[in-house]
Ligand binder design. Structure first.
Ligand SMILES: C[S@@+](CC[C@H](N)C(=O)[O-])C[C@H]1O[C@@H](n2cnc3c(N)ncnc32)[C@H](O)[C@@H]1O
Length: 228
């Protein structure tokens, strides 16, 4: 199972949502893509963080599409069921609000209001085909580090395509935006990798210039994956 946990790097996720919130409030459909979601703690964390800051009225518009190349999310994860061990580090008030005892001993279940927001789907980022093209927010953390430079550029290009104009993207702190793609995304903080999609003439030129987004390696896509 991939390494991940609930509320991992919540500082970046909170910054992302704080930046995105003013525009999300006016959207009838708030679609969020969590790419490389492992067995689900990150997308459920996003739903909980959103629930904390959104009114009932706005939160009902949220849909989180959680994807991973591995189908680590069996029916138990789709049902939001985790061993107690996995949630013990979550601050008590949050744990009380968003988890309840599950049928199985030693397990807890994410409450329906949060669980219903997250849909899991298998998807290979190196297919370079976004799962939709109208996301308000995309999160891809601790995945890109396993790709080579050319693949990373193309995957960043794909995230640009997957977002609505002005949409937001977050990666992990150590993931720098490749220089040729800096016209596609505006950084929103110096201490976190949180970006807003740009759509000016410069961004259009980069997005449509294949030389700026070198082709991914020739390894067949189905065989290329990380073992994070
Ligand atoms: C370390 S986990 C990151 C989980 C979560 N995003 C986090 O930051 O805690 C990396 C995940 O990336 C997934 N992954 C690796 N290569 C991928 C690919 N080509 N397409 C989609 N997901 C991939 C792995 O299966 C794994 O679940």
């Amino acid at each position: 199972m991939a390494f991940t946990y609930f509320f991992r790097d919540s500082q970046t996720l909170e910054l992302l949502l704080e930046q995105a919130l003013p525009s999300l409030r006016g959207q009838a459909f708030i679609r969020i893509w969590d790419a490389g979601c492992a067995h689900g703690p990150e997308p459920f964390t996003l739903a909980m963080l959103l629930r904390e800051v959104m009114s009932d009225f706005v939160f009902r518009n949220v849909r989180i599409h959680a994807s991973d190349i591995d189908t680590q999310f069996g029916p138990q994860i789709a049902a939001g069921i985790y061993p107690e061990q996995e949630v013990k580090r979550i601050p008590e008030p949050i744990r009380r609000r968003y988890f309840r005892p599950a049928g199985a001993p030693g397990h807890v279940q994410v409450v329906d209001e949060i669980r219903e927001k997250v849909t899991f789907v298998q998807h290979d980022l190196l297919s370079l085909k976004p799962i939709r093209e109208d996301f308000s927010v995309a999160v891809c953390k601790n995945v890109l580090l396993h790709f080579d430079e050319a693949e990373r550029r193309r995957v960043f290009g794909m995230f640009h395509e997957s977002l609505r104009p002005g949409g937001f993207l977050a990666t992990e702190h150590t993931q720098k935006m490749p220089q040729p793609l800096q016209a596609l995304f505006e950084p929103l903080a110096s201490y976190a990798q949180v970006f807003r999609r740009l759509d000016g003439p410069e961004a259009r030129a980069v997005a449509h210039a294949p030389h700026s987004l070198p082709r991914a390696s020739t390894v067949p896509q189905g065989l290329k994956r990380s073992h994070a």
